[in-house]
Design a protein around this ligand. Structure first.
Ligand code: UDP
Ligand code: MG
Length: 329
């Protein structure tokens, strides 16, 4: 059985790869790390090539041929970091899974402290780039992003999108990532009830190549944030969201219209030149639409097949068939 799977997504990181592999092997050749896992210690390094075009693929292939612990998954084209992580998670066989960026910004020496923290009784330990070696154009928006996510989700960590993280394999098997949701893995894990913590890690400046996430990341990040929020909070009960919004809108519109009507009946004010009437009508229609959207969502989510509504921690004395039944629903 494999003790530790390292999952490394990369996209055009030719210059960093050989050095990264060297550092990873160095980090694995550490008696203290091996003691943590208990004998016999074994590891695998899953390189996920996210459609590189700079020759990284050929390089990774050559590296793989010479080292039995290296695995390579090469995508047909660039599908994004989330997809690359998903492929790595699906193939990882280790009891512990650790992700790292391929650009040498994450320090492989952090793997041991992260794993040690995990064994203290956590399911996910996220790295925290406390002293971040990136330009301010990147660190400032990231601070904002982290603060907003922390407030909305109540998960008390500082660096949601840190490339280096250690997981128990149950976590990576359980969470489903879409879009560019790798930024929100701790949110999804937290929603499933996994225990999450963080640990400051050494962060290094990028030596080779360039960052793969331009300014479009802010919009992608924003929409994915809304999606994650919706999925974790309202996916199974859309009516709670749309129904409430619809009700508020409908009642406000109704009150406005009632007021205009009563004003006409009691005070003989003409209805025709009252702009607020339009607001009333708008809110009533909007309310009804939101309400019916909620109803449709409710119908969809009730009739949807599969889709786990719970995450099982452990079972006792269940037959294999019972286990399978339990996992299927
Ligand atoms: N990456 C990837 N696919 C992409 C973009 C990035 O696999 O479409 C990898 C990239 O090669 C690196 C990691 O994700 O190993 C983090 O990317 P980057 O260093 O560019 O992000 P930053 O550190 O600038 O946030
Ligand atoms: Mg980087």
């Amino acid at each position: 059985m494999t003790s530790l799977s390292l999952v490394i997504p990369f996209f055009n990181e030719k210059q960093s790869l050989p050095e990264l592999i060297r550092q990873l092997y160095d980090a694995m050749d550490d008696p203290e790390l091996q003691r943590l896992f208990g004998a016999p210690f074994s590891f695998e390094i899953i390189l996920v090539d996210d459609g590189s075009t700079d020759g990284s693929t050929a390089l990774a292939r050559t590296l793989c041929a010479s080292k039995p612990e290296l695995r390579l998954i090469s995508f047909q084209r660039n599908f994004g970091k989330t997809a690359a992580l998903t492929a790595g998670f699906r193939t990882a066989e280790g009891i512990v899974v650790c992700t790292l960026d391929a650009d040498l910004q994450d320090d492989p020496a952090s793997i041991r402290p992260l794993a040690a923290k995990l064994f203290e009784g956590y399911d996910l330990v996220s790295g925290w780039k406390k002293e971040r070696m990136d330009p301010p154009g990147k660190t400032l928006p990231s601070k904002l992003f982290n603060a907003v996510t922390r407030i909305f989700t109540g998960i008390p960590i500082h660096d949601f999108n840190c490339g280096i993280k250690a997981y128990r394999r149950e976590v990576t098997e359980r969470i489903e990532l879409h879009g560019e949701m790798h930024r929100y893995i701790p949110v999804l894990a937290g929603w499933n009830g996994f225990r999450i913590t963080e640990l400051p890690v050494n962060h290094r400046p990028r030596l080779y190549g360039s960052t793969k996430f331009g300014s479009s990341r802010f919009f992608a990040g924003l929409f994915d944030f809304l999606a994650v929020l919706f999925i974790t909070r309202y996916f199974r009960r859309p009516m709670h969201f749309f129904g409430m919004a619809g009700l508020i809108s409908f009642l406000s519109g109704f009150s406005i219209s009632l007021y205009v009507t009563l004003d006409k009946i009691l005070n003989f004010k003409p209805v025709s030149n009252r702009p607020i009437l339009f607001l009333g009508i708008l809110l009533i229609i909007l309310g009804a639409q939101l309400f019916s959207t909620g109803l449709l969502g409710e119908m969809l989510s009730t009739s949807a097949q599969g889709g786990n509504r719970y995450t099982v921690k452990e079972t006792g004395n269940l037959s294999q068939q019972q286990e399978a039944q339990l996992r299927d629903h």
